[in-house]
Design a protein around this ligand. Structure first.
Ligand code: ADP
Ligand code: MG
Length: 685
């Protein structure tokens, strides 16, 4: 075959290895692996430790063990088509066991009678029956030299042995990889070499070697992340020169509010005002759970800026949210002579032109909007304050683009996604943080209940009774239309079913593929109460504030992350009524049930964030990919907080000495940072 004649190298395509054809290559590609070297960062999810070999008679319930056994029978069990279970019976000199695979039709052929296999998996032992569920396995006669073998996350069509073939080759060549970490960091953290690290994370020689390898790789990920953040911040980080504002007039605004600020709001506002009055620029993150009242803090800050002759920009992630903020601000500023303009991609051209003109000539004080705010055509006369709401939705660069339109503007970022302190210190080392950890008084805690497919009807019963007593409700589905391959409800189907079952209830469908006009119209009618039940996708996730809504029913909750579920729940319980969050799981997988139970057990966003981080890992939590930031594959800033602290301190040392990373000794690192992580349109060095 072409390409296989030349000796393969680390950067050859996987197909240059014997045994990897185009079909397998396609599977590898699904795992993000094109070149042989790519497998180095496909870290094993666990290890098959041959030092823990057991005989069948030694197996106990709950063990995780390696067993070598001979097949004497393999049969298909219950189920249909490809989804049938596969029961393999195997024995050694001491006894018999069963090996069970779900969707096992594919594997049937491999387990021919009499062949010897090595199984590695979790043991269930009940009433004398010993079962291993879904183990990883390999032909035992394909003997390996290694004592500890990697177990990789797989995709259909790939076997452990396929990935091992590639990774064995890759670690052998890892010596060709250049060292990119600065020598000082390696020395300071006492890191092992990169080839040793890759070799021992895949095929550990022993426990110590494994630990040294993991330490190095975790450190490296965090070092890159910290450096990327530090570089992107250096143009807008703390210590920047700012505008010292006179903040003594802020009370004039808060005095007009129909309520008293909570203690936490007051504390946060004081911190913000102190920043505004300082000659240094503000760089503050306000974290507050949904409903904690962040908007009014933003309003007070922008009021103060306006009094000082500065314009403000308030950026929200969605049109709906921007519009809502626009309406809220207009109401709050009624007693004052402050002009607010709305700028989204979807407002009529004439209006848009007028707002743009107002911003550039200074007659508009505050611009509320979406990404439209950072588009090229937007210029400000005297932008002094930049606020982004739900900041985790924006990339670092988008925030900076907005800041670049001002004169050393103060920067305030707000988020309802509580960031665990442990992670915040890593990610926001240069941001000051205020936490609004108190809800406005009089809120009744939301009651969260869990349902499954069989009890789903009861959730709807509760929803209907709430609607009957005058409340409004949300129903959220993971999909817009019925998916072809996955299981789960779509908003369209739920809507169709709902209106045919309840023709007397005014229900409406809302999803992201509708035109802006349609969406706006629907939201307006939901605000006004003329729509009783809103059936939607997660477009309503952030910020929507309808106090009369008392039910949030979430279908196929397993398709949502914990933080997302918590955000959705925050759409209710915003008024004076008892509210309910009804979580309907679509399957009874462990994660689905676990997440639903966590949701039922706490309303505290910080607790949920910590759990979310535990379950999903920090990479997904922050959507690093989306932000163009280095992805964390191995590192977990919570579990590895000591390594994280070491890496951060080493990065700080490096940046203090060489802020632009232009010295020769950091050249390899700087180049790798640029190539590997910083897409040109996101973060630029
Ligand atoms: P979030 O922090 O989720 O953005 P909002 O700013 O939308 O929360 O506030 C939620 C609701 O609470 C709004 O209706 C707002 O008017 C109200 N609110 C804010 N602060 C207070 C307060 N101190 N007392 C009573 N209600 C308040
Ligand atoms: Mg908000």
């Amino acid at each position: 075959m072409a390409g296989k004649t030349e000796a393969p190298g680390l950067f050859s395509p996987v197909t240059s290895l014997k045994g990897v054809g185009p079909k397998k290559a396609e599977c590898f590609s699904r795992l993000g692996i094109e070149r042989i070297a790519d497998v180095l960062e496909l870290y094993p999810r666990e290890y098959e430790d041959l030092r823990s070999k057991k005989t069948i008679s030694q197996l106990r319930d709950g063990d995780k063990a390696v067993v070598t056994a001979r097949i004497f029978m393999a049969t298909l069990g219950k189920g249909f088509g490809k989804k049938r279970t596969l029961h393999v019976y195997a024995e050694d000199d001491t006894g018999r066991m069963e090996v069970l695979f779900f969707n096992g039709t594919y594997f049937l052929k491999q387990f021919s009678q009499g062949s010897l296999f090595r199984f590695f998996g979790k043991v269930k032992a009940e009433n004398g029956r010993v079962v291993m569920m879904h183990p990883s396995y390999s032909k035992a006669d394909a003997s390996s030299e290694e004592e500890i073998l990697p177990v990789y996350p797989l995709t259909r069509g790939l076997m452990q042995k396929d990935v091992r073939t590639v990774s064995r080759f890759a670690v052998k060549c890892a010596g060709q990889l250049p060292e990119t970490l600065p020598a000082e960091a390696i020395k300071s953290a006492r890191l092992c070499g990169i080839d040793y690290a890759y070799s021992n994370i895949h095929y550990p020689e022993g426990d110590d070697a494994f630990r040294a390898a993991r330490y190095r790789l975790v450190y490296e990920e965090l070092f890159y992340l910290d450096a990327a953040l530090a570089m992107s911040r250096s143009r807008g980080g703390s210590g920047r020169k700012g505008n010292a504002m006179d903040v003594s007039g802020a009370g004039a605004f808060t005095d007009t509010l129909p309520y008293k600020l909570t203690g936490a709001q007051q504390r946060t506002l004081d911190e913000v005002l102190k920043d505004l009055s300082s000659p240094n620029a503000m760089n503050r993150l306000v974290q507050g759970d949904v409903g904690s009242g962040k908007t009014v803090i933003a309003a007070a800050a922008m009021f103060t800026a306006a009094q000082n002759g500065f314009q403000s920009a308030f950026m929200a992630p969605t049109d709906i949210l921007a519009r809502q903020h626009f309406e809220t601000l207009k109401k709050l500023y009624k007693p004052f002579d402050i002009k607010v303009g709305l700028l989204t991609a979807n407002i009529p051209a004439a209006e848009r032109k007028a707002v743009l003109k107002g911003l550039s000539d200074g007659s508009v004080d505050i611009a509320v909007g979406t990404h439209a705010l950072i588009s090229e055509g937007t210029t400000f006369r005297s932008l002094g304050l930049v606020i982004t709401d739900e900041q985790h939705r924006f990339g670092v660069n988008q925030r900076e683009l907005l800041s670049s339109k001002g004169i050393n503007p103060d920067v305030l970022v707000m988020t309802a996604t509580p960031i665990p302190r442990t992670l915040a210190v890593v990610l926001y080392a240069d941001l000051d943080i205020s936490v609004i950890d108190e809800l406005p008084p009089g809120r009744i805690p939301i009651e969260t209940r869990r349902y499954d497919r069989s009890t789903r009807k009861n959730a709807y019963k509760l929803l209907l009774s709430e609607v009957a007593s005058g409340r409004q409700a949300y129903i959220v589905a993971p999909f817009i239309e019925d998916p072809e391959v996955m299981d789960g409800y779509s908003a369209e189907t739920l809507y169709a079913d709902f209106v045919s079952d309840h023709p007397d209830i005014r229900a409406e469908l809302l999803h992201g593929r509708m035109s802006q006009q349609e969406k706006d119209g629907i939201m307006e009618r939901f605000y006004s109460g003329s729509i009783q039940v809103l059936i939607s996708t997660v477009v309503i996730e952030v910020g929507i504030d309808v106090p009369n809504a008392s039910v949030m029913l979430i279908e196929n909750s397993e398709r949502f992350g914990l933080a997302q579920l918590h955000q959705l729940r925050g759409r209710v319980g915003r008024g004076k009524y008892q509210s309910y969050c009804l979580i309907v799981t679509g399957d009874d997988s462990e994660t689905a049930v676990e997440r639903a139970e966590i949701m039922c057990s706490t309303g505290d966003g910080f607790v949920i964030a910590e759990k979310d981080l535990e379950i999903r890992g920090p990479g997904e939590f922050f959507g690093f990919r989306q932000h163009g930031l280095p992805q964390l594959r191995l590192a977990d800033p919570i579990k590895h907080r000591q390594v994280a602290a070491q890496a951060l301190s080493d990065v700080k040392k490096m940046m203090a000495e060489d802020p632009t990373l232009s010295s020769a000794k950091n050249a390899a690192f700087a180049e790798n940072l640029r190539n590997k992580y910083m897409q040109s349109d996101r973060l630029t060095l």
